[in-house]
Design a protein around this ligand. Structure first.
Ligand code: ADP
Length: 222
């Protein structure tokens, strides 16, 4: 299973890029040996609140402030592991902000002798913040079921908001991928402003690295 780990700040456009990548790869895998999977917090019904470490936000019966995040990571790990094989490409859409977690995922893919890579979503903190604030505003205005009086593109954004403190904290805790390390390489980057042409180029380079002729042969001791 080539494993594509998406990483980026909260509300920086990760799911948008993950869906674009899924669409792009769907056409590439059509005449190849690969199957394609997209795993995300959303697909596993993991709420944004699991990342919230504020003592007053910890759900009742939860062992400690970060137990819910640990449980979420275990669920994600299980979902990735279930489809592990060298015939399955897995796009893992999520924050993936902890270096040790990315290392763990890299080791898991190495164990089944298949490559892993990182797709980092670059976005200015202010831009990402505005997206979350807009989601919070919408939630405050009545949540998902709210009646919308304008039919602008943003009104179709149904993503879940992070509470402000949770969002700030995740930005603070974010451990930037480092392409000098084995587990964060190869590293591909897309920024918010990248147009369709640049996006397709990055996706094509990524395909070459994990499934095309440029694919590295994985040896167990690498
Ligand atoms: P994340 O998965 O990081 O929380 P999303 O992919 O859900 O972020 O994107 C958040 C919002 O920003 C969505 O409304 C989406 O349409 C918008 N968005 C994402 N990427 C871009 C981009 N590159 N250019 C413009 N708008 C974008």
């Amino acid at each position: 299973m080539p494993l594509i780990i998406i990483s980026g700040l909260p509300t920086s456009g990760k799911s948008t890029r993950a869906k674009q990548l899924h669409e792009y790869l769907s056409t590439r895998v059509a005449d190849s040996k690969y199957r394609l999977h997209l795993i995300s917090d959303e697909s596993l019904s993991i709420s944004r609140t699991v990342y919230d470490l504020s003592p007053d936000k910890v759900p009742a019966h939860t062992r400690s402030a970060n137990a819910s995040e640990k449980d979420a990571r275990a669920a994600i790990y299980g979902a990735v592991k279930r489809v592990l094989s060298d015939k399955d490409i897995v796009i893992l859409d999520g924050l993936n902000y902890i270096k040790g977690w990315r290392y763990q995922l890299h080791c898991e893919s190495k164990a089944v002798r298949t490559p892993s890579c990182i797709l980092q979503i670059g976005c200015a903190v202010d831009t990402a913040k505005k997206v979350n604030e807009e989601r919070l505003r919408r939630k405050g205005a009545g949540g998902e079921g709210a009646v919308q009086d304008e039919d602008t593109p943003e009104d179709h954004d149904t993503g879940e908001a992070y509470e402000q403190g949770n969002w700030d904290n995740l930005v603070f805790r974010y451990e930037e991928p480092n392409p000098m390390t084995r587990w964060d390489s190869p590293l591909f980057t897309l920024i918010w402003e990248d147009d369709e042409q640049q996006t397709t180029k990055v996706f094509s380079d990524l395909w070459d690295a994990i499934a095309g002729e440029g694919r590295k042969v994985i040896k167990p001791n690498q």
